[in-house]
Design a protein around this ligand. Structure first.
Ligand code: FPP
Length: 232
């Protein structure tokens, strides 16, 4: 049996389909989806999971209708406001990966403030992937490394060195990836970091993903054989 995963990554898919099935606008699906994330975060904190990474907005999501992008951004800002309000009383640490450029000044300001005031919190670290694309992250890391190599501040490029320049820095790789809503792909999410992660797919739409569904997924994780490319 494996222990509870230290790091769980989520692709929170199916907000739109959930809304459609209830004849609601897509924004209602995202709203319910953000509530699901709140509940899962609170629950994960009680399970001694150390990191949660949530795919909140991809570099490709900008091509959605303007009203939908704006609804997600408003929900994101609400989430950040709420996290700021709760930050004194909670042990939760917040981090963001992805490109800040392109986000509104107000969101950037709130992200920086939250990261700063929660940086020494001892509890669960919640990482939001916002304006995030895995290939973009790898290219950005490569550019930094190339510059440092030219300057001579890096003389050897190993996997460990490379990983330090990804947005995830010193965060351990996810042990477990959960994707809701039945799609069987990873959609440019953490391509480097998921190399040895266990994957779990469920047909449930993200707004319907409950603590019980999370428990089921964790039970399956506990019974997986992790070999990391070695023999049993
Ligand atoms: C996928 O559903 C989900 C997203 C594009 C973004 C994830 C956003 C949330 C969970 C809500 C916002 C949360 C926060 C914390 C701000 P989809 O729209 O692709 O669903 P579909 O495939 O059924 O259309």
């Amino acid at each position: 049996m494996n222990d509870v995963p230290k790091h769980v990554a989520f692709i929170m898919d199916g907000n739109g389909r959930w809304a459609k099935s209830k004849k609601l606008p897509r924004s209602a699906g995202h709203k319910k989806g953000s509530e699901t994330l709140r509940d899962i975060v609170e629950y994960a904190a009680t399970l001694k999971i150390k990191y949660i990474t949530a795919y909140t907005f991809s570099t490709e999501n900008w091509s959605r209708p303007k009203e939908e992008v704006s609804a997600i951004m408003t929900l994101l800002e609400d989430y950040l406001d709420d996290a700021l309000k709760k930050s004194k009383k909670r042990d939760i640490k917040i981090r963001v990966i992805g490109k800040l450029e392109g986000l509104s000044d107000s969101i950037i300001h709130k992200i920086k403030k939250l990261e700063l005031i929660t940086k020494d919190k001892p509890g669960l670290c919640v990482i939001f992937a916002i304006n995030y694309g895995g290939r973009d992250e790898i290219v950005r890391a490569t550019k930094i490394i190339a510059e440092k190599f030219k300057q001579g501040t890096i003389t050897e490029i190993t996997e460990e060195v490379f990983a330090q320049f990804l947005d995830t820095g010193n965060v351990p790789d996810p042990d477990f990836l959960i994707r809701t809503s039945g799609e069987l792909r990873t959609s440019n999410f953490l391509p480097w970091q998921l190399a040895y992660s266990e994957f779990y797919f469920t047909d449930k739409h993200w707004p319907d993903f409950s603590k019980e569904d999370f428990d089921l997924a964790l039970l399956e994780y506990a019974n997986r054989k992790r070999r990391f490319g070695k023999t049993v």
